[in-house]
Write a protein that binds this ligand. Structure first.
Ligand SMILES: Cc1cc2nc3c(=O)[nH]c(=O)nc-3n(C[C@H](O)[C@H](O)[C@H](O)COP(=O)(O)OP(=O)(O)OC[C@H]3O[C@@H](n4cnc5c(N)ncnc54)[C@H](O)[C@@H]3O)c2cc1C
Length: 459
């Protein structure tokens, strides 16, 4: 079992029943890691989140809410990424509407989301204080982004899933599931792994290439399932510590804050599938049963954790790095175009970085009177090519992490049990810091005082 203390001054320890122990302070390896006073310690407790993610000048308009551009965007999907993209467009002075399929934006779905320092740094730019590594419940993160979105009553339309897209001379029309339409200059698909926006542009791209079929590498494939969940207070489990258990075909993650615990139980699927699956209660019960006696933290078995579970969902964990990222005036961001298992905690961090680059490129053309389809094509191509190149190694790393922790091959078992403990988790995390976190992008058009940690940011 690997134990990672998340805050303050986190330490990393190997406790695989192996007397060798390594300890490292994450503040030594993560850029931007800053010491915070005790009152600002990371927490997943909602009442304290409003304290720790305090927005300066809340209630006062941060970006005046005024459109300085003739552009208008339709953001498809009101998850954390769609909401973040709304904030970034707001800051760029670009008008937008968010259309969401579900009836509400903030609900109880989702477990823990690990936010790395480079993501916290961009959130800090938009007025949300950062930036060490933090774990939020997905609900809390969505709530904070939703409640601070200026003019959200008119910006967000719920129960309005995207149904189809029509292209006009000067823009796009989106047909929504309730029969209404929205007009805009362009569309940003933030509608997740089963993206309708992706389906539409894949169909159109194939029509253009005389019906060429999608290659297997262009589909989302699930090789793992995960049961996500939240549990009430767990007596005797060390707080603000991230626990991970590893085994053949299975791995578990548990993070306990002061009031709530979030967890994920992962299992390998015998035959990888590209089918969309909704699991029944019976299948979920069988899945839980298979984990019953697995240790998820010292002195805590999965069955005892699950007995305190307040919310859970069994899902397939799709993986896929798509080839088609844009078409005409439509562009995809996040899980709709680069989906990893959540085991390495890279999904949303990557998605927000994709959104940042797209926003920087869009902002450059936002003051043009009426940018044509070529102008959008250039923006989308720069964004798509750059992000494909940048996401590929992260995607490969995330795929390797879940296969290593589930001991998918003898080689990966050896790597997990002997090589990683030998070189130390600190070095592994240090390499993520060097390759991903230090290079994290900022919104070029938002100024905000930056802070440095032990390792400087690569500007
Ligand atoms: C439980 C859980 C834990 C996770 N943990 C981590 C983590 O630790 N670190 C990390 O980086 N990532 C994590 N992820 C992944 C992370 O949540 C996603 O990578 C991230 O939210 C990507 O956002 P997205 O907007 O692309 O997709 P989603 O978050 O799936 O959001 C898509 C949104 O679009 C809406 N939608 C779907 N279809 C339509 C339509 N036709 N029209 C309009 N709206 C539509 C959906 O209802 C949803 O609100 C986790 C995911 C889950 C589920």
């Amino acid at each position: 079992m690997v134990r990672l203390r998340v805050a303050p001054a986190p330490r990393v320890e190997h406790t695989n029943g192996d007397p060798r122990r390594t300890a490292a302070s994450l503040s030594e390896v993560l850029p931007g890691q800053v010491s915070l006073p005790p009152s600002s310690l990371p927490t997943t407790n909602l009442s304290r989140i409003s304290h720790t993610i305090d927005v300066p000048g809340l209630g006062k308009p941060r970006f005046l809410g005024m459109s300085t551009s003739s552009l208008r965007a339709i953001i498809v999907g009101g998850g954390p990424l769609g909401l973040f993209t709304g904030h970034a467009l707001e800051a760029a002075g670009i008008d937008y509407v968010i259309v969401e399929k579900r009836p509400v934006i903030v609900d109880e779905s989702g477990a823990g989301i690990l936010i790395f320092p480079h993501t916290m740094r961009v959130l800090d730019q938009l007025g949300f204080h950062g930036y060490p590594c933090r774990i939020f419940t997905r609900t809390d993160l969505t709530k904070v982004l939703f409640e601070n979105l200026p003019q959200r009553e008119t910006r967000i339309r719920t129960e309005c899933g995207l149904s189809d897209i029509q292209f006009t001379e000067s823009g796009v029309n989106a047909t929504l599931e309730d029969g209404s339409t929205e007009k805009a200059s362009f569309i940003i698909g933030c509608d997740g792994v089963h993206s309708r926006t992706r389906e539409i542009i894949e169909r159109l791209s194939m029509d253009r290439t005389a019906g060429a079929r999608l290659q297997a590498s262009e589909q989302m494939v699930s090789s793992f399932q995960a049961l996500y969940g939240r549990a009430s207070y767990l007596d005797g489990v060390e707080k603000r510590t991230f626990f991970e258990s590893r085994g053949t075909g299975m791995t578990t993650q548990l993070y306990a804050s002061d009031s709530v615990s979030t967890f994920a139980l992962f299992r390998k699927i015998h035959s990888p599938t590209n089918e969309r699956r909704r699991y029944t209660q019976e299948e979920t019960r069988d899945f839980m049963q298979a984990f019953a006696n697995v240790s998820v933290a010292p002195n805590l078995k999965a069955k005892d954790l699950l007995a305190k579970c307040t919310w859970s969902r069994l899902v397939n964990q799709e993986e896929g790095l798509m080839k088609i990222w844009h078409y005409d005036r439509v562009v995809l961001v996040g899980d709709s175009v680069h989906k990893m298992t959540s085991n390495a905690g890279m999904g949303l961090n990557c998605a927000l970085q994709s959104s940042v680059l797209l926003m920087n490129e869009l902002q450059k053309i936002s003051t043009q009177a009426n940018p044509d389809v070529e102008a959008f094509g250039k923006v989308s191509a720069t964004y798509g090519e750059t992000r494909f190149r940048e996401v590929q190694p992260v995607y490969d790393m995330a795929a390797k992490v879940v296969r290593t922790t589930t001991w998918s091959t003898w080689g990966l078992w050896f790597l997990d049990q002997y090589v990683v403990p030998l070189i130390g988790l600190r070095r592994v995390i240090g390499s993520i810091s060097q390759t991903v976190i230090r290079r994290g992008r900022l919104l070029n058009y938002v100024t905000r005082e930056g802070r440095q940690g032990t390792l400087p940011w690569t500007e």
